[in-house]
Write a protein of this length. Structure first.
Lengths: 316, 363
């Protein structure tokens, strides 16, 4: 205990009193810690916080190329966005539909994949690698691939349907078909991600409760619903919340597959913001929409987390 | 209510035999304890009875049914795990009810069963709690409750007390004994703690190196150990062992050891017949040794190395020639200093002789 011994020494002439020495030590440690986090804090400030402030400020002004004064207009843009029927009745429903559809389906499929891989079988390694492939492909490439897969003239899907003697729909020209392709692509990209995280979750669960359930005569389905799912709740909760928030800002798949079309009918939130800001060059309106979106997703995220915590607490 | 019979049961992992040819009959309502050091195969044996491990060879029957190919849920057994394995996300009530609900028992019957179990175990006030809000002892009782409500044919216990502190362990040991007297079900209990084995078991099964060394009542195991391993494993402090050589002197035998010579009792003599000149191991229980500071006949001579004061008695370690001999039950108030020369005597009938090579008891 050298520090204690040092503290007991009488404060002789020239020596620094123990309390001051200790505070200097704490000061040094603090400086070191600040030094460590400073670079990332600066980057965050510069590229996240400052733009958020500028964007929020812009949403209250007439921030267009023809108004150099950037006149303060208060909530005008918010009023516009919130009364835009396209935003209210197409964009928001599309966004939430994509969120529910994509997250729900990829969670279900990811769980199936995880359970399959967790059981272990002969070609498991191979299957595991194949299943993970979509994760290694960038969303842009995946979306381009899917656009060609579902191309009404040259696509594999229609060729296959033709071979079966079935109808060959123009996949990307109909609102709900096109939306279906978007959801399908998103699910295809994200299922491995769910599968991987849920598999890690499954592997970390203790095996005794499952053995106890086997002795308690729980069948496979009851073991799954009453033991596996509740025990995986934290993993499922975190996955769903992260993916839901991420899904809210989906851009590339939709942009590449349909560009929001046909006739803006598959437009989602981020496409709407992009269109307003960079196609219509109305940065302020785009910013207002972005702020509204941020508030929506914050509330939705918290609500989702609370919901998951409550509903997953299976005890019957 | 059921008898459990293991016939030539083996468990192999590759070329390793985790359980090797185990034959054992556990009678209806009997409390049998499997005891042995870690890795001796006792837990694997239990898990094979439960159906949590496949049986590589042999048969296991519960009641009059061979269960080799039955899944755990069809074996009608209940098990308490070392870490309790409670369902953490369920209340105590739901933990107790889960097994019954899976068997489609009506809710009112479930409630009646749980009522009975909580009265036996004193869990009434905890029914709405989650396991994480309970102490270790309470969690243990919930795990026991899960067995009681089921009226299973056989109760299995896999080191259920080893996660509890010493005081609670002693308390739960008594509760388990009381519980078994009240619920009267065939019970198989695995532990590495010989005190638990001796106090709980109607019969004790000592296992070592994947095999059964001896099966018997606690007294038989203690008083008539069949192998050197059983003798060393059961009893606390452990039995002392000395190397010796059998000598016949016409009318009887004696055994020479470096520290002194032991006269062989008549009861032991039959076992040593025909072993004249053979190497044996002599076993002396610490509690059977008398320690005196004055010279005695047929005594080992040595010096006190260490003493341990326990309050009710003293443990004394004596070095005689090259052997260290532990002596227990020395009066606590005796003033014994390390270095003091002492003489150790044992009733000849209390000595146990083992073949040096086979380690089997000679008797």
């Amino acid at each position: 205990m050298p520090t204690v011994a040092a503290d007991r020494q009488p404060a002789s002439r020239g020596a620094i009193p123990a309390t001051r020495r200790r505070s200097r030590l704490i000061g040094e440690r603090l400086n070191f810690q600040i030094g460590l986090i400073l670079p990332s804090v600066l980057v965050l400030l510069l590229f996240q916080v400052v733009p958020i402030f500028i964007g929020t400020d812009a949403s209250f002004r007439r921030w267009t190329l023809y108004d150099p004064d950037k006149t303060w207009v208060g909530l005008e843009h918010y009023r516009y966005v919130l009364s835009d029927t396209n935003f209210l009745f197409t964009v928001l429903p599309n966004t939430f539909l994509l969120m529910v559809g994509s997250v729900g389906l990829s969670l279900a499929l990811g769980m199936a994949v995880a359970l399959l891989l967790h059981r272990g079988f002969a070609a498991q390694r191979l299957v595991q690698t194949v299943v993970l492939l979509p994760l290694m492909i960038g969303p842009v490439i995946a979306s381009t691939m899917m656009r060609w897969t579902f191309n009404d003239q040259f696509g594999v899907v229609n060729a296959f349907l033709g071979w079966l003697g079935l109808g060959q729909p123009a996949w990307l020209a109909d609102r709900w078909y096109a939306f279906g392709v978007i959801v399908f692509t998103d699910v295809w990209i994200w299922t491995p991600w769910f599968g991987l995280l849920l598999l890690a979750g499954l592997k970390s669960l203790p095996k005794e409760p499952f053995e106890a359930a086997a002795l308690d005569a729980a069948g496979r389905w009851r073991t799954f619903t009453h033991i596996t799912v509740p025990m995986l709740r934290p993993v499922i909760g975190v996955c769903v919340v992260i993916r839901a928030i991420d899904c809210f800002r989906t851009f590339d798949q939709v942009w590449l597959l349909t560009g929001g079309g046909p006739a803006r009918s598959t437009e989602v939130f981020s496409i709407y913001v992009y269109m307003e800001a960079f196609q219509n060059l109305n940065f302020a309106r785009g910013s207002a929409a972005a702020v509204i979106g941020t508030l929506i997703i914050m509330v939705a995220g918290l609500a989702l987390y609370a919901l998951i915590n409550r509903f997953m607490d299976v005890s019957r | 209510m059921a008898e459990v019979v293991l016939r030539d049961v083996c468990k192999r992992y590759g070329s390793y035999n985790a359980v090797d040819n185990v034959n054992l009959t556990i009678r209806d309502k009997e409390f049998v304890v499997l005891v042995g050091p870690s890795g001796c195969g006792k837990s694997t044996t239990l898990r094979m009875i439960a159906g949590l491990e496949d049986i590589s060879d042999g048969t296991i029957t519960i009641g009059d049914q061979t269960v080799n190919d039955l899944p755990p849920r069809e074996r009608d057994i209940a098990m308490v795990f070392q870490n309790y394995a409670l369902y953490q996300h369920m209340t105590v009530y739901d933990n107790l009810a889960f097994g019954l609900r899976n068997r489609k028992v009506p809710e009112d019957k479930i409630k009646a069963e749980i009522d009975r179990a909580v009265d036996i175990l004193g869990l009434r006030d905890l029914l709405k709690r989650k396991p994480r809000e309970l102490s270790g002892g309470q969690q243990q009782r919930v795990a026991l409750g899960r067995c009681i409500v089921r009226h299973a044919k056989v109760f299995l216990f896999d080191e259920p007390l080893s996660n509890l502190d010493a005081k609670l362990r002693a308390h739960m040991r008594l509760e388990l004994k009381r519980l078994h007297r009240r619920v009267e079900t065939t019970a198989i209990y695995v532990t590495h703690d010989q005190v638990e084995a001796m106090t709980l078991g109607d019969r004790v099964v000592v296992m070592n190196n994947s095999r059964i060394e001896q099966v018997g009542t606690p007294w038989e195991i203690y008083a008539h150990p069949r192998t050197r391993f059983v003798a060393s494993f059961i009893g606390s402090p452990a039995m002392n062992f000395l190397d010796g050589r059998v000598r016949s002197n016409g009318s009887g035998f004696h055994v020479e050891t470096p520290g002194g010579t032991f006269h062989v009792s008549d009861a032991n003599a039959t076992g040593l017949a025909g072993h004249d000149g053979r190497d044996v191991t002599v076993g002396l229980r610490p509690e059977h040794i008398r320690l005196s500071e004055t010279k005695a006949e047929n005594a080992l001579h040595g010096r006190i190395e260490l003493t341990e004061q326990l309050g009710a008695e003293q443990l004394v370690e004596v070095v005689a020639e090259e052997s260290r001999i532990m002596v227990s039950r020395v009066e606590a108030e005796r003033d014994l200093k390390p270095g003091t020369p002492v003489y150790l005597t044992v009733e000849p009938g209390q000595l146990r002789y083992f073949d040096r090579e086979t380690e089997q008891r000679l008797a």
